[in-house]
Design a protein around this ligand. Structure first.
Ligand SMILES: Nc1ncnc2c1ncn2[C@@H]1O[C@H](COP(=O)(O)OP(=O)(O)OP(=O)(O)O)[C@@H](O)[C@H]1O
Ligand SMILES: [Mg+2]
Ligand SMILES: [Zn+2]
Length: 678
């Protein structure tokens, strides 16, 4: 298709396009462009409906077609506004019929027009570049102009066209400049299947598109796909690049969710219902059957407690993190994915992470400039939203140490080349993990079965244990539900998805509940009572459990605030606290039960071991100290002495494992047990 034809066909669309809702859309667009400086964005669907051949040509040969279309827009401008355009015209095109993933950018797309979807993981600072470069010959004063390509290295004439001199310089003032920025866009986890690895691509954005998006934004980009030889490489490898034509954000923030007067009425009406909490709970992941407690926990995390900033700038987190641990195939992943859909600025990912930044952040060497730049990981990208982390136990050791800070302080710090940068990560973590053995073994402690440090586990306000226990009645109900969902039959959803989203946004924006006197008394009394109760049993049977700690009290406060928020109540009532305690006790029953004593033991959270085991380990430690003459003790000897003190072989084995893990003792090559000198 030649240029004349492209211009003619484009003009035909601009002139004749009419639609009930949009009216003469392109006439309006050109006026908005002239008067309000709004971008001129053409809907690809309009092109393919009116001029399918042009639509085809655009995909095949985007650079030529777009530049011809720009001339058409110029003519159209003159036609509509009776004057010449005062500024250069850019044609943007969106809504291509096909969207591809970054990982699917294949050679067949080279130099073609594509639409790609992904998340912005890195954004470089914008720079100006002389797209129209004017060079001056220093010897004869000859001026030479060159159009630069934004994706290619800067070119400069080798010698003067007139006198042949090599003394040539760029004239900074005569050249024309344009903002230029590079962002990195990566595949979204939720768009990938099973074990597929997300890939990233660098995107060049120019002019009016610069700084339109931020790291963490989910974007849809139309662009020309290019592959460029790498200069520095020894082998002929090629760098994939997109030259953006248009960028759209898919991300909405809580602040930007629009709530109309009508919505507000519906929300306030809903909040009056006595069964509002149950309704919200039931509306979360409706495709998953049952799990009322888990869903209540997830709902509480979505609403969240109040963040408190003290006078000395210390921040106390209001965010509650939730962990689901369990047997395979129990809809853990499904629940996580579902949550991401109702919360803005949220990301679903796997603990394996994949980018260099992983879950937190890392400093990476910039390929172009060689300087260090910061690449944000999932917890930073999802700042203000939810990070749904599947297979948490698979995270890297770097993330393991950094995630503590993110969970407690809601920040991520990266130290590189002597500078420490701290990024915000006010991110609610909803994580899933499988037990070490793949499945829960009933006789072992939970903390022994998850490959996560107890310090990390104790930062989750709610931990749910999901066990696969066959039960004919329940199984049949689940099976029926799965059929219903698969056949797309009506499943009962008390609050429609869009409204629930708005309800949560409304609560987060407007409600910051305060504890009533009774509610506070209830929480304090519970805390004190549980501590005294466990203390009493301690005295009776020789210290077996550690009482509840301030950590659990804080969880009660955060979750009670969230519970009041669900009711849109400015006051946390006693009933909110009671409901939260009921839920917490439900989760603790499963997790903190010491199978040896039959008691709930919070030490399991703090140390990963029950108090009774720790006491036994201490006894064992005393014994080793007594027996170790500097050469070490043999296992047989230790076992013999331990038996005399009433410890079983199992106690000894468990104790040795625990003490070794805590680095109190170690085994010599000869198999002797020795006290660590530390
Ligand atoms: N209670 C349920 N209601 C509806 N669907 C269910 C339920 N339990 C499991 N499923 C379905 O079973 C499938 C497997 O679930 P999913 O992959 O989420 O399990 P998982 O707990 O993440 O397993 P794994 O530990 O192996 O990753 C999903 O399609 C899920 O929707
Ligand atoms: Mg899973
Ligand atoms: Zn010259």
């Amino acid at each position: 298709m030649d240029k004349e034809e492209i211009i003619e066909k484009s003009l035909k669309i601009f002139r004749t396009y009419f639609n009930e809702k949009e009216g003469h859309k392109y006439k309006n667009l050109i006026t908005d462009f002239a008067v309000l400086d709004k971008p001129f964005v053409i809907d690809y669907r309009n092109i393919s409906a009116y001029e399918p051949e042009l639509a085809e040509a655009l995909l095949e040969n985007p650079e030529d077609v777009i530049s011809a279309m720009e001339e058409a827009v110029k003519l159209f401008y003159e036609e509509v506004l009776y004057e010449y355009p005062k500024k250069p015209i850019k044609v943007h095109i969106h809504n291509l019929s096909k969207t591809i993933l970054v990982k699917d950018l294949a050679p067949e797309y080279i130099n073609k027009f594509v639409q790609v979807e992904g998340i912005v993981v890195l954004k470089r600072d914008p720079e100006d570049y002389p797209y129209y470069s004017v060079f001056i010959c220093k010897d004869c004063g000859n001026e030479m102009a060159l159009l630069q390509k934004p994706y290619l290295p800067f070119v400069k004439p080798k010698k003067c066209e007139d006198c042949g001199s090599r003394d040539i310089e760029l004239d900074l003032e005569k050249s024309k400049w344009m903002p230029h920025q590079i962002i990195r866009v990566q595949d979204l986890y939720e768009n990938l299947q099973g074990n597929e690895t997300p890939r990233y691509v660098e995107v060049i954005i120019l002019d009016d598109l610069v700084d339109k998006v931020n790291a963490g934004d989910k974007v849809r980009i139309t662009a020309v796909y290019k592959v460029l030889p790498r200069k520095e490489a020894k082998f002929s490898t090629f760098k994939r690049i997109l030259v953006a034509n248009w960028i759209e954000k898919d991300t909405e923030d809580y602040e930007r969710i629009e709530i109309t007067k009508e919505d507000e009425e519906k929300i306030l009406e809903l909040a009056q219902r006595p069964d509002i909490v149950e309704r919200i709970t039931k509306s979360i992941a409706p495709e998953v059957y049952g799990y009322e407690e888990v869903k209540l926990g997830l709902a509480l995390a979505l609403f969240g407690g109040n963040e408190v900033v003290l006078n000395n700038k210390t921040r106390l987190r209001g965010i509650s993190h939730v962990l689901l641990v369990g047997d395979p195939g129990l809809a853990k992943s499904q629940l996580l994915k579902s949550i991401v859909n109702i919360t803005p600025r949220s990301i679903y990912t796997s603990g394996k992470g994949v980018s260099a930044a992983g879950l937190t952040a890392s400093a990476v060497r910039d390929e172009l400039t060689g300087s260090w730049i910061l690449e944000a990981g999932v917890l930073v990208l999802a700042d203000g939203g939810v990070a749904a982390i599947d297979e948490l136990e698979k995270m890297s050791s770097k993330d393991r140490s950094a995630i503590h800070e993110a969970m407690e302080q809601n920040t991520v710090s990266v130290a590189k080349a002597g500078i420490t940068v701290t990024l915000n990560a006010r991110t609610t973590i909803i994580a899933a993990a499988n037990p070490i053995a793949g499945k829960f073994l009933p006789e072992k402690l939970l903390t022994e079965q998850i490959d996560l440090p107890p310090t990390l586990i104790s930062r989750f306000d709610l931990i749910f244990i999901l066990r696969d226990e066959p039960n004919p009645v329940k199984d049949s109900l689940i099976a029926q539900h799965i059929f219903k969902v698969r056949q797309q039959e009506e499943v009962d959803i008390p609050i429609p998805f869009e409204l629930l989203k708005k309800y949560i946004a409304y609560a987060k924006r407007n409600i910051k509940p305060k504890f009533s006197r009774e509610a506070m008394d209830k929480a304090i009394k519970y805390y004190v009572d549980v501590r005294t109760r466990t203390k009493n049993t301690e005295e009776e049977n020789d210290v077996k459990t550690l009482p509840i700690t301030p950590r659990q009290l804080e969880a009660i406060i955060r979750l009670s605030e969230a519970y009041a928020k669900m009711r849109l109540s400015p006051i946390v009532e006693k009933s909110d606290v009671q409901a939260v305690i009921k839920l917490l006790e439900y989760t603790w029953r499963d997790m903190l039960l010491d199978p040896e004593t039959g008691e709930i033991d919070y030490m399991i959270l703090e140390m990963g071991q029950s108090m009774s085991s720790i006491k036994k380990a201490e006894k064992l430690m005393d014994l080793i100290k007594a027996l170790d003459d500097g050469q070490g003790v043999s296992y047989i000897e230790l076992l013999k002495e331990a038996k005399k003190q009433g410890l079983s072989k199992k106690d000894v084995d468990k104790g040795i494992a625990f003490l070794e893990k805590k680095k109190k003792i170690f085994s010599t090559v000869g198999g002797l047990i020795k006290i660590s000198s530390l």
